[in-house]
Ligand binder design. Structure first.
Ligand SMILES: [Zn+2]
Length: 637
């Protein structure tokens, strides 16, 4: 069965792309009728994701993802084409009509309407469970909530439910509503028993329905409440077509508006903490479900927090005050380097979580806890230092050795001196010793600052998305070096005859961005710019033939299409030679820097000849770089 083409067109027409995209990320005006935001498909700090409502299209200049509103839903919800159309149709109130296509060559889609069926099953299950909470059997569940200060009204507000005993109570109820065994298993609501019969996934547990960002119920979190229950304390829906634990956040559908408005997200550990926070006036609280808070969860929050051109908001973690909490903070510190300035930790000294805090001391205590947040860096330094006996010189020195690398590797250089000062205070040592140790810890041999990239790639360590090269594609305006590299590649693609020999003279090493370097190699493989037949499709195809990653192929297209940066008083030929001179200049500068570093590490007395030779190379390179700088793009840095 296939959805009729005219219905697909209608769905596309009636689904405003800015609204659909806007449910997942903050969009800001970007001029020219476009909107921009942080790309949901790759990890980035400044927005390269553009939406053009008049054309109904989106495109990410960072990772090359793009398409229409249906494509967006396919990608963001991990749905098939048919499911995406169905989802949008439901939203727009369009009744779809299907036609039989036999076994045509169309795309093999999931069963028609699968997503809708799975959502419906989960929704009915949530209603079923909520009703069960009032049963006699559910008394311990109600008590569990009551003890934590959640009365019936609150339980209803948060749709709490109870999974009854009896092996297949829910399964039978849903089967009676014409759901198939496959649908119930796929939805994560039922499973095969060891005897081969279909039984409920959850038994005798207190349940919280988990919703996606748009409010659809996609799964459940289930807590043990009976002493004779031998299962784990918490059980969750397994990963299903709807439920992906790596980016599911409990409470996100009710918190998203406040997260965007208040530029704040509060990460708590459990369902009851989310409830306590929301009731206490912290409507920005969310929690991961049945898994540690990870990179993809952070990504979901960042896209809501994006403001103007950068991330302005705060992400506040409420870890346990104990060792596990400290370990979690340390881990976060390691993963979260790019946003370290916006990351905070709120910990109650006696280790109480927000739910316990609200029970014992009321709403205000919860608000106080969040207000008393401290920067993650300060927290981690303090927690680490606290492990050593600072009364002894040895203790102080070891604590310094453990913490100096942390300060040295804070990505935001501006923060380092400040935290060196904090550290000196914590250790009771003088600033000079601390700064010296931080500097030593930051020397090469460590991961940073060896690749010569200035602005750095907008993308960090996200491993989950299959975008190996995409994660290295720079945005057009991402720092001078990559901008020049991009302009040079555009020139080679669009005006190969002009760029020709000079372009070909700068090897792959002249490019700091991995994607650009790969493109430079592909151009050489295609015979080089000076041998290009003419510009146009044939040339683009020849270059693309050498690239096996779709993202890079799409980059070739972009570079062929994107206009060369207009320059007020130069014609195109002059502009291209200025770009290429600048490219050479930057490459030469990097080489100069490398030689200088090498000289610094050498001892002129031990190896006088090598020293002389490298010194000579340095002098001539510096002269060359100076000349190139004069020919390069005027006043630009
Ligand atoms: Zn992207």
């Amino acid at each position: 069965m296939r959805i009729r083409n005219e219905d697909i067109a209608l769905v596309r027409d009636r689904s405003a792309i800015d609204e659909i995209v806007g449910e997942h990320l903050q969009l800001r005006r970007a001029g020219g009728g476009s909107l921009k935001g942080l790309c949901p498909f790759h990890d980035e700090k400044s927005p390269s994701f553009q939406v053009t409502p008049t054309r109904g299209l989106y495109y990410c200049f960072g990772c090359g993802n793009g398409g229409d509103v249906i494509r967006f839903v396919e990608q963001i919800e991990h749905l098939s084409f048919t499911e995406s159309v169905e989802r949008l149709a439901t939203r727009a109130g369009i009744q779809l009509r299907y036609e039989d296509t036999g076994s045509g060559p169309g795309r093999p889609s999931a069963p028609a309407g699968q997503r809708g069926r799975l959502v419906e099953a989960n929704k009915l299950a949530a209603a079923f469970y909520a009703e069960q909470l009032a049963s006699d059997e559910a008394l311990p569940a109600r008590e569990f909530l009551a003890v934590r200060g959640f009365d019936r009204e609150v339980a209803e507000q948060f749709d709490c439910g109870f999974a009854p005993g009896g092996w297949d109570t829910l399964t039978r109820a849903l089967r009676a509503k014409a759901f198939t065994e496959t649908e119930l298993t796929t939805a994560g609501l039922a499973k095969q028993s060891s005897r081969g019969t279909l039984i409920d996934r959850f038994h005798r547990r207190l349940l919280w329905p988990i919703r996606d960002i748009t409010g659809d119920v996609i799964g459940f979190g289930a807590r043990r409440i009976f002493d004779d229950d031998e299962g784990p304390k918490y059980l969750n829906t397994p990963d299903t077509p709807l439920y992906k634990k790596s980016h599911v956040l409990y409470g996100i559908e009710r918190a998203k508006g406040d997260i965007a408005r208040r530029h704040q997200a509060v990460v708590v550990e459990g369902y009851t903490d989310v409830m306590a926070c929301h009731l206490a006036g912290i409507p920005t609280a969310i929690a991961s479900c049945g898994t540690a808070f990870g990179v993809e969860h952070i990504g979901v929050l960042r896209r809501l927090l994006m403001d103007q051109d950068e991330l302005r908001g705060e992400v506040i973690y409420t870890f346990d005050g104990d060792a596990a909490g400290q370990a979690a903070a340390l881990k976060m510190f390691g993963e979260d380097q790019r946003f370290v300035a916006q990351t905070f930790v709120a910990i109650e000294p006696d280790g109480r979580d927000p739910c316990e805090l609200r029970q014992d001391r009321g709403d205000e205590a919860v608000r106080d806890l969040i207000a008393r947040r401290v920067p993650l860096v300060a927290f981690v330094l303090r927690a680490t230092v606290a492990r050593y006996n600072l009364e002894t010189a040895e203790g102080r020195v070891t604590a310094l050795q453990r913490t100096a690398p942390m300060v040295a590797h804070i990505k935001d250089r501006g923060l380092r001196p400040e935290y060196a000062r904090v550290l000196a205070g914590l250790l009771g040592m003088d600033m000079e010793s601390v700064i010296a140790e931080v500097r030593r810890a930051g020397k090469p041999g460590q991961a940073s600052s060896t690749n010569g990239s200035r602005g750095g790639s907008p993308v960090g360590t996200q491993a989950a998305t299959p975008l190996t090269a995409a994660s290295k594609v720079a945005r057009p305006d991402d720092g001078t070096a990559s901008m020049v590299e991009r302009e040079a590649l555009k020139a080679a693609m669009q005006r190969p005859a002009v760029a020709g020999p000079v372009f070909d003279a700068v090897g792959p090493a002249g490019y700091t961005q991995q994607a650009y370097r790969l493109l430079r190699i592909a151009i050489a493989d295609a015979g080089g710019a000076s041998k290009a037949p003419v510009s146009g499709p044939a040339w683009a195809e020849a270059v693309a033939a050498g690239l096996d990653e779709p993202v890079l192929v799409s980059l070739v297209t972009q570079l062929c299409v994107e206009p060369l940066k207009p320059d007020s008083n130069k014609d195109e030929t002059d502009y291209i030679s200025a770009v290429l001179a600048r490219l050479q200049h930057l490459a030469a500068n990097r080489e100069v820097a490398a030689l200088k570093g090498q000289l610094q590490r050498m001892n002129p007395v031990d190896a006088p000849e090598d020293y002389q030779r490298i010194f000579g190379e340095l002098i001539s390179l510096e002269q060359q770089a100076k000349l190139l700088g004069e020919r390069g793009m005027g006043g630009q840095p």
